[in-house]
Write a protein that binds this ligand. Structure first.
Ligand SMILES: Cc1cc2nc3c(=O)[nH]c(=O)nc-3n(C[C@H](O)[C@H](O)[C@H](O)COP(=O)(O)OP(=O)(O)OC[C@H]3O[C@@H](n4cnc5c(N)ncnc54)[C@H](O)[C@@H]3O)c2cc1C
Ligand SMILES: NC(=O)c1ccc[n+]([C@@H]2O[C@H](COP(=O)([O-])OP(=O)(O)OC[C@H]3O[C@@H](n4cnc5c(N)ncnc54)[C@H](O)[C@@H]3O)[C@@H](O)[C@H]2O)c1
Length: 452
């Protein structure tokens, strides 16, 4: 064990949360060591956001082209898409990232980090003992593997294998109807796979408005996916060369692959935190509003369990860096957008009506069928679609939540995100002048429909 120089900060895990924190601390001139056991860029860059959104784009563009008047449906070219996906994930090579951090003055260690002491913090990694005033834990999350009988004998994909796929399977059974399940189902169905999606809950995307789950199921159905809600996989078995999935309602489905989208668990195993007296919960490391776990110990990203998004990990990375630099910055998660990338996009922000009611807010809601009310859906496609919903605080007249299932909704939901974050009133949306013809014109209509 080499006892190396003392650092101001050791960052454990270089996904989006760790990268943002490390970059800001390096820019501020601190002595920073970063430890990464796989690839600098994390899950997001290699096995999650980047490959999944790259893979989703051609089926999405194809569906859009199908809807645009006077366009012939373009052909999908899987080898070309696969090659572009490989480029986008840097062929799983992070040499340039590592070199980049070294050039900026960071000590970059490859290996698994373990906290071995505190006061001061001591971290063991790659055969070195690092001492630091601050440790940032940004170790992310891993796919949950549910205890389904027979799963080990089958071809099983988590997000890792699914986003790194080299051939398109003929048949797939997806387990889980959250963002991972919906996006992967949309992608595979778009590529020609016969997809069944089994969701334990009674609807898809259970954290969203029930109506959003309904629209998501409808969208997947149109894309050719068989959606089974209220369904659990009882067991997976081999029948000759085939894999058969038995559902709890007595039906079964032959498949080539079982794809898991059954949630994530924080990567805290083996970090050594409990041994130095830091409590680790099932949802991860509990952080205060400065993203601090304990004096000199900070956390950012999925490992905090706050909201499992790259934009939240990056935001927390900024909060952590500011905290370490002595700035008084507190995290505020109001108005974080949530987008599920399908065609059309499924976007939401703020509270659902149920969450608002639970928070003691008396709500009023409105829903607008955009195709019935706006020009843009018609100039955009021959079978126009789009629904927008608003949730408002009746008393304060503020916008507390919004959702949309419509083309490009992942972009224009940011108007609502700003409204929710800034506490804007319904009148701000109602009195705004949106460009004609756009989907954004829907906000004024929805605001008016609230009847406040
Ligand atoms: C299929 C899929 C698609 C997604 N798409 C989106 C999307 O479109 N938009 C979005 O906002 N979010 C998306 N997400 C969520 C997003 O990937 C995560 O929220 C994000 O990666 C979290 O970043 P992070 O920095 O917390 O952790 P990670 O990206 O998981 O990075 C953590 C890093 O820590 C390293 N590490 C772990 N333990 C140790 C240790 N002991 N020592 C050293 N290194 C360690 C890991 O190797 C990893 O590189 C998606 C997730 C999935 C599964
Ligand atoms: N576009 C994006 O921003 C994006 C995309 C993908 C993932 N993510 C993030 O990744 C996180 C993980 O996503 P996820 O979809 O894996 O998890 P999730 O927790 O959002 O959803 C998992 C779903 O699977 C169901 N489920 C769990 N076990 C099951 C079983 N045995 N049988 C049937 N259903 C079962 C659950 O009821 C739940 O609805 C999310 O929190 C999300 O924030 C974001």
């Amino acid at each position: 064990m080499v006892d190396s120089a003392r650092f101001d900060v050791v960052v454990i895990g270089m996904g989006p949360g760790g990268e943002v924190a490390a970059s800001r601390l390096l820019d501020a001139g601190l002595r920073v060591a970063v430890v990464e056991r796989e690839l600098v860029g994390g899950e997001c860059a290699y096995w999650a956001c980047i490959p999944s959104k790259t893979l989703l784009r051609p089926p999405e563009a194809r569906a859009e082209a199908r809807g645009a008047a006077g366009l012939r449906t373009p052909d999908l070219d899987w080898p070309a898409l696969r090659a572009y996906r490989d480029t986008m994930v840097r062929h799983l090579d992070d040499t340039r990232q590592v070199d980049g951090y070294r050039e900026r003055g960071a000590t970059v260690l490859r290996g698994t980090a373990r906290v071995v002491g505190r006061d001061p913090w001591r971290v063991e990694a790659a055969g070195q003992l690092l001492t630091a005033d601050h440790v940032v834990v940004a170790t992310g999350s891993a796919a949950v593997r549910p205890p389904i009988e027979g799963l080990d004998a089958a071809e099983v994909w988590t997000n890792r294998e699914a986003t790194a796929l080299t051939e398109i399977p003929e048949r797939a059974v997806l387990v889980g109807g959250g963002a991972v399940g919906v996006e992967l189902a949309y992608f595979l169905a778009g590529m020609g796979t016969r997809v069944t999606l089994a969701q334990r809950g009674d609807r898809l995307l259970t954290r969203e408005e029930p109506r959003v789950g309904e629209l998501a199921a409808d969208l997947l159905g149109r894309a050719g996916v068989t959606v089974r809600t209220g369904t659990q996989v009882r067991r997976v078995r081999r029948e000759g060369a085939a894999t058969v999935v038995d559902f709890d309602n007595g039906t079964h489905e032959p498949t080539d692959v079982v794809v898991l989208g059954t949630g994530r668990r924080p990567r805290t195993d083996g970090l050594g935190l409990e041994e130095v007296g830091v409590e680790v919960g099932a949802r991860g490391l509990a952080v205060d509003e400065r993203c601090r776990v304990a004096d000199g110990l900070w956390a950012a990203g999925d490992v905090t369990g706050v909201a499992l998004f790259t934009h939240v990990a990056k935001y927390q990375g900024r909060v952590v860096a500011d905290g370490i630099l002595g700035r008084d910055r507190r995290a505020d998660y109001t108005g974080v957008p949530r987008v599920v990338f399908a065609e059309p996009e499924i976007a939401a922000v703020g509270l659902t009506a149920e969450q608002a009611a639970a928070a003691g807010i008396e709500t009023v809601t409105a829903e607008v069928d955009l195709a019935e009310n706006l020009a843009r859906p018609w100039t955009y496609e021959t079978e126009p679609r789009g629904v927008l919903g608003l949730v408002a605080d009746r008393r304060r007249r503020t916008v507390v939540g919004a959702w949309a299932v419509a083309p490009l909704a992942g972009e224009w939901i940011h108007t609502a995100a700003l409204a929710v974050r800034a506490g804007l009133t319904v009148d701000h949306l109602d009195s705004g002048i949106a460009q004609f013809p756009t989907y954004s014109e829907g906000y004024a209509l929805a605001a008016e429909r609230l009847g406040l």
